[in-house]
Design a protein around this ligand. Structure first.
Ligand code: M6R
Length: 608
């Protein structure tokens, strides 16, 4: 979603602003802009609809040596994507960039009679409000920002500069992340630490309700109630190679292919396959607390939700007397759900910033329920607000479509489930097969990716002409089907939906015709024969079936078969999901769409 960058120091601000915005491109945006201020107070504002390259074209004629500035990539909420609606927005001597939504902007706007609005955005209302307190420089900027923010309802991460004080940036956050990078004779600002990588390793993560005055050699933080905050400087762990394509054409393919390594990182120091034991440091629950868990609520959105669904199927296989409910965060946050005693909530999020998931976390905490985060981005808001948690350590995920995070999320949750089972005294002989397969999984993923990528590419070429797809599975292959359909629809714009095989006859079977193809996930196991009967029902109605199976003897006459050769039995659906990821990637490349930044989508969804 929207991205913010800022710079104050001794180098050319424009250089960092543009390179920083490029780093944030993956978040999704439709327009961009930067403003820099010269020491004598002249501002240079450049904005463009479209991509950063469109902004760069305009920059050619407007190169400046200014050493302070702010920049933004906008993902439209209020007002269409256009230059006028792009940030920074101006009010008198102030320029501001804003992530989030000002919910009471209509009421605030009514009170701002003197300001002539040039955009349809809620953000312009906020900068005009700040200027109404700043009185064109009569009062300190930070005081004006605080006074304005006290009137605001909604979410914000903001950075404000003034032509009257061209040595400081005022930043503030509530519900939308902001990181301050501490450099030598320079201070940098970003909504996402990846923009800072290569510039500094030292970062301060602003908390909700905090405001900071940022200068080249100082950072002063306080709360909106004027209490001073002593900043904690943290290390940025990401390195440059993790956020570059590393020889791949697209981040999506890089991230799919990275899974043997990213999962290895998830498992590092946590799995003892020989003894069938898992040790997780993060959840922070005592043996007694783990033993008493009777109910798990798993909360997430999109891919994180599917990861939760799949993990739930596994955890209930080996953990006795436990009820697991996997819920969609955007729904659950408004439900009047009763959470029984002895519950623990697992909050799943790659970015750790998803607004609905964060809202759920806060609602659940209000009920006194312990929350455990399964989060990828270190230092993110969810990671900081949960009671305990397990970082999945999958490394930065740049492509909007989530791939490697899914695999790591599922396994991190299964490991948490095993931790509960261990505390409940489940016999090692029951848990050991899971632990052993988890340990083998990175190697099996490597093998499946290497052996199937070319076949999947060929098959994808055949199916790119279809506008409709149905993904089918049952048991652990059902969440796999759901995740496969999501991947295909979000990157290739194919209308793909998933159903549990057993549901076919209750409606979806009516869809089967020449316009559709059906992807059937068929892992060997208890429900294999039943799933085969379901496939036959589809074939009997003229369906075009791609079968994905680990049954080497599979001999049904379907259109295409993708065979997975593996010694694993339990985690075959995770291997099948690799096929879905590759298939979505290759269909999209064949169609010629932007695989890494699908239209209308953003990487981290920080607004409701
Ligand atoms: O950062 P999160 O894991 O909380 O994000 C949740 C969803 O927005 C995300 O998984 C989304 O569905 C992806 N685009 C799926 O590929």
């Amino acid at each position: 979603m929207c991205g913010i960058v800022g710079y104050v120091g001794e180098s050319k601000a424009q250089d960092f602003l543009v390179s920083g915005l490029k780093r944030l491109e993956y978040r999704g945006y439709d327009s961009a802009g930067i403003v820099t201020v010269a020491p004598e107070g002249e501002a240079t504002l450049i904005r463009a609809k479209g991509k950063i390259t469109d902004l760069e074209r305009k920059l050619v004629e407007n190169k400046k040596e200014d050493t302070i500035g702010i920049g933004h990539t906008r993902w439209a909420t209020h007002g269409e994507p256009s230059e006028a609606n792009a940030h920074p927005h101006q009010a008198g001597p102030l320029y501001m960039v804003h992530n989030g939504i000002i919910e009471n902007c209509k009421e605030l706007k009514k009170a701002l009679k003197g300001h002539e609005f040039k955009s349809d955005t809620d953000s312009e209302v906020l900068v005009a409000l700040i200027n109404s307190f700043y009185k064109d420089g009569k009062y300190p900027l930070v005081n004006a920002v605080v006074q304005a923010l006290k009137l605001v309802q909604g979410t914000y991460g903001i950075a404000v500069v003034s032509v009257k004080n061209p040595d400081e940036i005022v930043v503030a956050r509530s519900g939308s992340p902001l990181v301050i990078g501490v450099g030598h004779d320079e201070t940098l600002i970003a909504s996402d630490a990846s923009a800072l990588v290569g510039h500094t390793k030292q970062a301060i993560y602003l908390n909700d309700g905090e405001v900071a005055v940022v200068k080249k050699n100082s950072i002063e933080i306080k709360t909106l109630n004027a209490e001073p905050v002593s900043a904690k400087v943290e290390e940025i762990e990401t390195n440059l190679s993790a956020i570059q394509k590393g020889g791949y054409d697209h981040f999506l393919l890089k991230e799919i292919m990275e899974q043997p390594d990213s999962l290895t990182e998830t498992l590092r120091g946590r799995v003892d396959a020989e003894n069938g034991i898992v040790s997780l440091g993060g959840p922070g629950l005592s043996e007694k607390e783990l033993r008493s868990i009777q109910h798990l609520i798993i909360v997430g959105c999109g891919t994180a939700y599917h990861a939760g669904m799949l993990a739930a199927y596994y955890i209930e296989q080996f953990t006795p007397e436990i009820t697991i409910e996997t819920v969609i965060a955007s729904e659950y946050r408004y439900r009047q759900a009763y959470i029984p005693k002895n519950s623990v909530a697992i909050i799943v999020s790659q970015s750790g910033e998803t607004a609905d998931t964060l809202a759920c976390l806060r609602e659940i905490k209000k009920q006194g329920v312990k929350t455990i985060g399964i989060v990828n981005v270190i230092g993110s808001t969810i990671a900081r607000e949960v009671d305990g948690g397990t970082y999945v350590h999958a490394g930065p995920e740049i492509s909007v479509a989530s791939t490697k995070a899914f695999t790591s999320q599922v396994i991190a949750m299964v490991m948490f489930g095993i931790t509960i089972a261990q505390a409940k005294g489940v016999r090692t002989s029951i848990l050991k097969p899971y632990v052993e397969e988890i340990a083998k999984l990175p190697g099996e993923i490597k093998q499946v990716l290497a052996s199937s990528a070319d076949d999947v590419k060929k098959i994808a070429g055949k199916y790119k002409k279809y506008d409709h797809a149905i993904y089918l599975g049952r048991d652990t292959a059902y969440p796999t089907a759901m995740e496969g359909a999501l991947k295909l629809k979000e990157v290739s714009y194919t209308d793909a939906n998933a159903y549990a095989f057993g549901e076919l006859k209750h409606g979806p079977l009516a869809l089967v015709d020449d316009r559709f193809f059906e992807t059937a996930f068929l892992p060997k196991g208890m429900l294999y024969e039943k799933a085969i009967s379901n496939v036959q029902e589809v074939l009997a109605r003229g369906g075009h079936v791609i079968a994905v199976t680990n049954n080497q003897k599979f001999d049904l006459k379907v259109d295409d078969v993708i065979r997975i050769n593996t010694s694993l039995e339990l985690f075959v659906p995770i291997l099948m999901n690799l096929i879905s990821q590759l298939f979505a990637y290759y269909v999209t490349v064949a169609k010629g769409y932007n695989v890494d930044q699908p239209r209308n989508l953003a990487k981290s969804v920080t607004v409701e």
